[in-house]
Every structure is written in C-alpha cells, then in structure tokens.
Design a protein around this ligand. Structure first.
Ligand code: MN
Length: 505
C-alpha cells in the first residue's frame, strides 16, 4: 500500500479546549425493535438471512403497495417513551421524509415529524463515580430502517472509488425508534463521559424493556452525536457537527472528545465550524467531513397519506405503564439495599459488570458478602490478567455458590478453595468434581489427623516439654508440621484442639 499523506487536522489539547470552551451535546439514538415482522408489512425480520429474502411489495416500495402499521412496534415505542418519562401523544401521524438513495426504495423514509408518539421526557444518567446528569429528551418517534448498501471494489468500502454497489432490502422497513435529546449542557469536561453513559443507559433500558436485543455490534443501536462549542455557558449555542452512526460506547466517548479538540482549534484560528455530518473512523479515532447538513426543509416532510393517525387510548397506555419492568437504576438501588453494600462497593460491582453475576450467585444461596468476595476478588483479578470480561470467565454463579458452600460446611478451607477454583477455571468440572478428582477435601477424620500429630510430637519433644510446662507459644510449630504433612488439607482449628488434648493427656 502506498502511504498517503493526509493533511493533518489541527487539534487543541483536550484539557485546554474544555477550559476555554463550553461543550454542548445533542444525541440521536436509533434502536431497531425486536418485532417478528417489519414496521409496515408482514416481511419477517431475522438477522443474517440471505440478501433480499425478507421483502414484500411494501418494503420494496412497489407501485400500489399499501402499508399497515405494526401494532407491536407501536407498543414497544410507547414502552420506550414511558421508560424515558415522556408524554405519550393522544394522536400522532407518520410523515414522509423525502430523499433519494438506493437503500430507500420508496424514495422516502416513513418517519414521524411534527407529531412524534412520545415527547418531553428525561433520563437520569449515572456516571462511573456516581454523579447523576439529567438528560432531557425532546422526542422519541417511530420510523423504518433503510436497506444496506455494499460498495464493492474500492479501498475504503465507501461509494467513492467503488466499481459497483449491491443493495440488500432485508433491513428496509425494520421498525426503529429514534430518541432525540434536547441540548445537553452543563457537562463541561465530562461531556464525553456523559455521552457514553447516556447511550449505555439507553441500551440497558431497551434490554430490560425487552423491545430489542440492543446489540451494538450488530447495529441494533446506533448513535448520532452532535457537538458544538461556545465560549461560555451563557453564550448562545455554537455551530454543531453531527457524527453519524457511532456504534460502540467507547467510540461515542472518543468521537465527542475528538470533536471538542478539533472544533476548539478551528475557533482558536478565528474560523467558523462548518455545520455538517461527519464520519467516525474507529481505527484512527478521528472524524472526517461527510456532507453539508441538510436542514429539515430539504426533506420536504409531509403527512403520510397512506396511513391513518396512531391514537393510543389512555387505557392502553396505562396498561403498558403498569406492566413496565423494574428499570436498571431502580434495580441497582434495590439490590444495593438488599445486599447492604456501601456506595463505593456497589459502583465497583456495576463498573466491573458483576451485578448480574452476583445477583445470580446470591440467588443460588451465597451471602451477598461472599458473592462479592469471589467476583470482585480472585475472579476480577484473573479476568483482568487474561483480559476477558468477568461474565465470560469459564465459571458460573451456580459453581461459585457451590464452592462457597463447600467452604461454609468446612469441607474445604479458603486455601483449598482457591485450588478448587483453579480446577474449575481449567475446565476440570464443577467444584465437587474438582474436590474429588484432586483429593482436596479437608482431612476431618481424627484418626488420620492423630497419626500426623503423633509423628509431629515425636519429632519435636522439646516443644512438648515447653507446652507441658505451661508455655503454649511453641504449639504453633507442631500445628505447622501437621498442616505440612497433610498438604494444607487439615482443619487448623481442629488440629490445635487435638494437639493440646494429646499433650495434656
Ligand atoms: Mn432517524
């Protein structure tokens, strides 16, 4: 490959940029709903199906085909709206968003414009240190996804330089909900963190609402991130850029950070930020110019004449509200309460991704303190060492519960438990199996212990003399010898009792 020398984009050091400029964010999140069929027709929706096998005349935009609204998609949109503390419209309409692109076979996207199904909400976003930042939600509206273009033959995968392009309409018409924030102000230097935490909180909510698998890597959740700078929090909003389709939490954070540094350099030079969409490049961690951003007028929005308005009855909305599951933040509060963890302990558990694991371990019978000890101690250490997620460690909460119950019943001690854990992680089976296979059980048979004790006493007659003389200090030497002889498998407390009995007798 030839090295291409791209003009270097001037950047201001991040800390310096946020000292002198106030960043303002706006985030649009698209979530693909996990309905069985598409938004306006009965084409099935299944990830990974062969191209153009999940289409109907409606999703291909064939002349005369008429759309019908997917009732489940409307219900899911209402669930999302309610979870985000939104008002639900008594009546709302679909609108045509007109533009030409081959992945939109109708030449318009059926969306909502001035009448979204949900509006005026908010979400309290919790940062890693427990700080809460309230994000105001302007609207959540229903729309359909576009198809997928594949550009073949170019070096970048983009249309420029490609020899030809392929279109797959399987995705065209999959129901989406788009959630749009009001300008997010007051985050200051923590703006990138707030952006990331917000998208992550939404993903968690989609999952517990069971409206989407919400898998970022499959593009079920996509974020468009608007960033602008102004000289101070009192100044009017600056010109924003919109970085499209950022598909991981980490990328959301990095893209915001990059745009802040880039825009600060432009403003420092006395130039104006261009209002445009930008592409995020995962590999290099930069954004590049896309197209100059269309204003809404360019889309010639108008009400969709082929669909009747959607008017969810208040009874139905209340029915849906009554069946909303416990939301992630409320669940965290409840569990912390039940488990008696300190704030910092709970934050560490959440940040380590151990919440579900500990909950399952506790459900399997382990005390909250015991569950936390394993997952946040030995296992967290090993996960970090092997660079894998805690949830991907080759051990289950049920196995941890089994391990802890072996300790609690005295069949193994802490030291042996570590060896058992090692065996389980090495794929030798569950804790009971490892104990049996490796012969790790504590020797609690007094007969076996007494034999080892008698050997130790015989080997150290001077110690026996001292102890008989009333000095119990040196008895540790005998216990140590017994533990060594039993390869750490004796119960030290029982050994001590037996040794004193033996000497006394
Ligand atoms: Mn959209």
């Amino acid at each position: 490959m030839t090295a291409v020398s791209a003009p270097t984009t001037p950047l201001v050091d991040y800390a310096d940029a946020v000292r002198r400029y106030d960043p303002v964010l706006g985030i649009e999140v698209h979530v693909e709903l996990g309905t069985r069929t598409k938004m306006f027709c009965a084409a099935e929706v299944e990830f990974g199906a062969p191209p153009n096998t999940q289409v109907t005349p409606v999703s291909l935009g064939l002349p005369g085909a008429l759309p019908v609204v997917n009732g489940t998609a409307v219900e899911y949109a209402i669930r999302i709206g309610l979870a985000l503390n939104c008002q639900i419209a008594e009546t709302c309409r679909f609108a045509r968003k007109n533009y030409f692109y081959p992945d939109v076979p109708k030449n318009f996207q059926t969306s909502q414009y001035d009448e979204p199904i949900a509006f005026d909400g908010w979400l309290d976003v919790e940062l890693e240190d427990g700080t809460i930042h309230r994000v105001e939600i302007e609207r959540a509206h229903m729309e359909e996804d576009a198809g997928k273009n594949t550009h073949v033959g170019g070096s970048t995968g983009r249309i420029h330089g490609a020899e030809y392009s392929l279109v797959d309409y399987n995705r065209a018409g999959i129901p989406l909900v788009e959630i749009v924030t009001r300008p997010i102000t007051g985050a200051g230097e923590r703006a990138p963190e707030v952006a990331r935490a917000y998208v992550q909180a939404l993903r968690d909510i989609f999952r517990v609402l069971d409206v989407s698998e919400a898998r970022m890597e499959r593009g079920n959740v996509r974020a468009d991130v608007n960033v602008s700078l102004r000289p101070s929090p009192e100044a009017p909003l600056g010109t924003r850029t919109e970085t499209k389709n950022v598909n991981s939490f980490r990328s959301v954070e990095r893209a915001v950070r990059y745009e802040i540094s880039r825009q600060a350099a432009i403003l420092d030079a006395g130039s104006a930020v261009v209002q445009e969409t930008r592409h995020w490049h995962e590999d290099t961690g930069i954004t590049t110019s896309g197209r100059v951003k269309s204003d809404a007028e360019d889309y010639r929005y108008f009400p969709e004449p082929d669909l009747v308005p959607v008017a969810p009855s208040r009874e139905w909305v209340e029915e849906i509200r009554a069946t909303l599951p416990e939301l992630p933040q409320a669940r965290r509060r409840r569990l912390q309460d039940e488990w008696g963890y300190a704030d910092a302990e709970m934050r560490d558990v959440v940040n380590a991704g151990a919440l579900d694991l500990i909950e399952a371990t506790v459900a399997a019978g382990t005390s909250p303190a015991g569950a936390r000890k394993w997952w946040m101690g030995e296992l967290a250490r090993r996960a970090k060492q092997d660079d894998v997620a805690l949830a991907d460690m080759p051990i289950t909460p049920a196995q941890i519960a089994e391990l802890q119950s072996l300790v609690d019943s005295g069949r193994i001690n802490d030291k042996l438990a570590r060896q058992v854990l090692e065996g389980v992680l090495a794929g030798e089976g569950g804790p009971e199996e490892v104990v049996a296979a490796r012969g790790l059980e504590v020797v609690s048979d007094d007969g076996a212990l007494l034999a080892a004790i008698d050997d130790a006493l015989a080997a150290q007659p001077d110690v026996v003399e001292k102890v008989r003389g009333g000095n119990q200090g040196p008895v540790g030497a005998i216990i140590g010898a017994v533990m060594k002889a039993t390869r750490g498998q004796a119960d030290a407390k029982r050994v001590r009792e037996l040794v004193l009995e033996r000497i006394g007798g």
